[in-house]
Design a protein around this ligand. Structure first.
Ligand SMILES: Nc1ncnc2c1ncn2[C@@H]1O[C@H](COP(=O)(O)OP(=O)(O)O)[C@@H](O)[C@H]1O
Ligand SMILES: [Mg+2]
Length: 245
């Protein structure tokens, strides 16, 4: 049984349907990457998984349990299991790095502060920021702030981490440190759903790649299959353009 199973998901913004039946699976400990042109629906897929956008049809299952997005409680439960990190990391500027990571687990999850702080320090070490716990976000580079945002998401103890173009807002020299962090999480066995334009990285770390266009999955396969031998004209055209640069 896949850890996450997305089947025939449709979603709208207002009257406009933007996902027209999305299906893919993610195995436990695996990395699946969503790639495709801007506007193809990648972010909407992630938003739909955590209930920020409402699926109008289709099912999402975690370990075989269907998430009922009509229920606020089920959405909260889904957000306990899937944490999303955005391109814009939006840290609280008036709080230390450690406080940014502990706020939600302490205030919302009502877990004991001492336990949460110890875990947050371990997570900051995992993302290479053990020495920045007491720093404020404006004392950090963009890459460091994005790694704090990843630690903050992990502090919620998700089963699956959803990463939406987490390197796209960074200066080129800072991209590598965030990709190294994702690599390390993968080595630790974290299940991830990755949206990224870093095609070399996607190819290296993904167990499967889902190519989307215009709200549909056009093809799914291993990185080698999708990048080297795409079956669809649309994917061939897309990779022909992005891989040449
Ligand atoms: N808040 C919104 N309101 C209306 N339309 C939206 C909104 N967000 C995204 N869209 C539209 O939904 C489609 C999919 O967008 P998105 O999921 O952001 O694509 P991607 O992440 O692949 O660039 C696009 O046509 C986009 O214009
Ligand atoms: Mg997007």
């Amino acid at each position: 049984m896949p850890h996450l199973a997305v089947s025939g998901v449709h979603a709208n913004y207002g009257a406009l349907e933007v996902l027209h039946g999305i299906s893919f699976d993610v195995d436990r400990g695996g990395i699946v990457s969503l790639v495709g042109p801007s506007g193809s629906g990648k972010s909407t897929v992630l938003r739909t998984l955590v209930g920020l956008t409402r699926a109008t049809r289709g099912t999402v299952e975690i370990d075989g349990d269907v998430i009922d997005y009509r229920s606020a409680r089920a959405i909260r439960a889904a957000r306990d299991r899937m944490a999303i990190v955005f391109q814009q990391y939006n840290l609280f500027q008036n709080m230390t790095v450690l406080r940014n990571c502990t706020l939600a687990p302490v205030k919302i999850k009502r877990r004991p502060r001492s336990e949460v702080e110890a875990e947050a320090r371990d997570l900051l070490a995992l993302v290479g920021l053990a020495d920045k716990a007491d720093a404020y976000p404006d004392e950090l580079s963009g890459g460091q702030q994005q790694r704090v945002a990843i630690a903050r998401a992990l502090a919620l103890r998700p089963d699956i981490l959803l990463l939406d173009e987490v390197t796209s807002a960074l200066d080129p020299e800072l991209v590598g440190e965030v990709l190294d962090t994702i690599r390390r999480l993968s080595d630790e066995g974290m299940t991830m759903l990755l949206v990224s334009h870093e095609m070399g990285f996607v190819r290296e770390v993904s167990n499967a790649v889902v190519f989307m266009d215009a709200g549909r999955v056009v093809e799914t396969g291993s990185p080698a299959q999708i990048f080297d031998a795409p079956r669809s004209d649309r994917a061939r055209d897309f990779f022909g353009k992005v891989l040449r640069h």
